[in-house]
Design a protein around this ligand. Structure first.
Ligand SMILES: *[C@@H]1O[C@H](CO)[C@@H](O)[C@H](O)[C@H]1NC(C)=O
Ligand SMILES: *[C@@H]1O[C@H](CO)[C@@H](O)[C@H](O)[C@H]1NC(C)=O
Ligand SMILES: *[C@@H]1O[C@H](CO)[C@@H](O)[C@H](O)[C@H]1NC(C)=O
Ligand SMILES: *[C@@H]1O[C@H](CO)[C@@H](O)[C@H](O)[C@H]1NC(C)=O
Ligand SMILES: *[C@@H]1O[C@H](CO)[C@@H](O)[C@H](O)[C@H]1NC(C)=O
Length: 382
């Protein structure tokens, strides 16, 4: 700035006032530079004294260190932070952090949308070898998160896709709010990865019924999220509604659906940020009201009915009756059995009828693993 100013003054010789200024200018400049020099020396003497005598050394060296650290890029900050699954945030901190939503819709980097596979398990994942086979060759298109009981330590080898995928977990009681808390914890951890676009909740007894490309295409091209949500009459549906839920939820808004859902990123954020419905379900939906079958389906039906497919992607067999669905062992596993599940149904996909209704199935016992592994190419195409 100063050098440009001087050049201008030199060029403006025809203007008497300017000529005058240009003569005064150098001595003023000299004086102020001298002042700055003296001030600088005084300041550095003072700071060296403080550094030595007042014990602020660590703060000063901290600041110095910060100056020389490598600058942080968007890549390290947002796109690929060091590790997603290791953090010390508690639930309130985690949910708050996970609720961040970018306000500029266009990403300033190439974002390949991923499916987050979220396993809600007690301990081990006995069917993990089948999942390993399913994931092979699809790196970059999926993420994995595992919530298990807090004391459980998994022993996956470093070459496993499940290695290091356990998230900080807490105790879960069947049919209680702690179950929804665990699901929200899984969603929130998965939301920390900006590339996760779809979120699938699975159990340790779930298996994939198709190869990865079919499943990725089915989920990514759907205009609706696969949250089961029906208005069921009778004791196990509307019968579980409590009038105390008013005014947030009235009887005709009450929904029931399978716990095993798939949602897009928007609905995942809606679930983890909710503070309006949570207290009502926490207080007034307790066994025999199973909150994991009602909370998310009801809340999303009220908030975003047009985004829901109202059906689950996970096949479950309730035909045997009772509080728990059928478990399949090695004697149940056959091509015919899976053909029936995979094709002998009709449902609606993007407003069109289709025979592909289920992408996942449960419940499978560990004893089924060997037969599933041997025939997975025949049965499922992977
Ligand atoms: C998380 O930690 C913060 C700060 O210590 C605390 O205010 C908050 O109550 C904690 N939340 C939970 C759920 O423990
Ligand atoms: C993990 O532990 C289980 C039993 O605790 C054992 O059967 C299995 O072989 C172990 N797996 C590995 C990879 O070490
Ligand atoms: C997935 O399965 C479909 C149908 O069975 C098949 O056409 C496709 O080639 C398979 N994709 C891969 C990558 O194996
Ligand atoms: C429930 O609330 C909705 C939306 O406010 C309303 O349209 C509906 O009539 C209500 N149903 C009952 C039974 O009160
Ligand atoms: C799901 O149900 C809601 C009402 O509960 C409805 O508004 C919505 O259109 C349904 N979705 C589909 C895909 O039919």
């Amino acid at each position: 700035m100063q050098s440009r100013l001087v050049t201008m003054e030199e060029g403006g010789t025809t203007n008497p006032i300017r000529t005058n200024q240009s003569r005064v200018f150098p001595s003023r400049l000299l004086r102020s530079m001298l002042f700055l020099l003296v001030a600088g020396i005084v300041l550095s003497v003072i700071s060296i004294r403080m550094y030595r005598n007042l014990g602020v050394g660590s703060r000063v060296s901290g600041a110095l260190q910060a100056c020389f650290q490598e600058p942080i890029s968007l890549h390290h900050l947002i796109i690929k932070p060091p590790s997603y699954n290791k953090h010390t945030m508690n639930d309130s901190e985690l949910l708050w952090r996970a609720s961040f939503v970018p306000q500029i819709k266009e990403y300033p980097f190439k974002r390949v949308p991923k499916i987050a596979f979220m396993f809600l398990a007690r301990g081990p994942l006995p069917l993990s070898p089948l999942w390993e086979k399913f994931f092979v060759g699809n790196e970059g298109l999926y993420s994995i998160y595992v919530h298990s009981l807090p004391h459980y330590v998994s022993n996956f080898s470093t070459s496993s896709v499940f290695y290091g995928k356990q998230i900080p977990s807490q105790t879960v009681e069947w049919g209680r709010m702690s179950m929804c808390d665990a699901e929200r914890r899984l969603l929130a951890n998965a939301l920390l990865d900006i590339s996760n676009e779809w979120f699938v909740l699975l159990s340790e007894a779930c298996i994939p019924l198709h190869n990865f490309s079919i499943i990725y295409r089915y989920i990514s091209r759907s205009r609706f999220s696969f949250m089961g949500a029906v208005d069921e009459l009778g004791p196990y549906g509307r019968g579980r509604y409590d009038i105390n839920m008013l005014p947030e939820v009235n009887i005709s808004q009450w929904r029931k659906g399978s716990q095993w859902f798939e949602t897009n990123r928007k609905l995942a954020v809606d679930i983890i940020k909710d503070t309006k419905f949570y207290p009502k379900f926490n207080q007034f939906c307790r066994p025999a009201c199973y909150v994991d079958e009602h909370y998310f389906p009801t809340m999303l039906t009220i908030q975003s009915p047009s985004l829901l497919a109202n059906r689950s992607l996970t096949y479950v067999d309730w035909s045997r009756g009772g509080a728990h669905p059928a478990t399949f062992g090695k004697n149940d596993v056959s091509n015919n059995f899976f053909k029936k599940i995979r094709e002998d149904q009709t449902c609606i996909y993007n407003n069109q009828p289709t025979s592909v209704c289920f992408l996942f199935a449960r419940k499978f016992a560990p004893s089924a693993l060997e037969a599933l592994l041997q025939n997975s190419l025949d049965f499922f195409g992977y």
